[in-house]
Design a protein around this ligand. Sequence first.
Ligand SMILES: [Zn+2]
Length: 57
Amino acid sequence: MAPRTKAARQSVSAKCPVCKGTGEVPITVRVGRKRRPVGQQNGYCLRCLGTGEAPTD
Ligand SMILES: [Zn+2]
């Protein structure tokens, strides 16, 4: 019977620090010649590629 430890399971379920596990990040939308920001929308998180999990490397 191994004693249960409180070691964190970081390698398995670590959330992406960029999108906080959602897989999406807010992206500013610009439009027109002046690149005027018109708002934000959810975009693909490039850090975790939308999986919401932190890269292991
Ligand atoms: Zn992410």
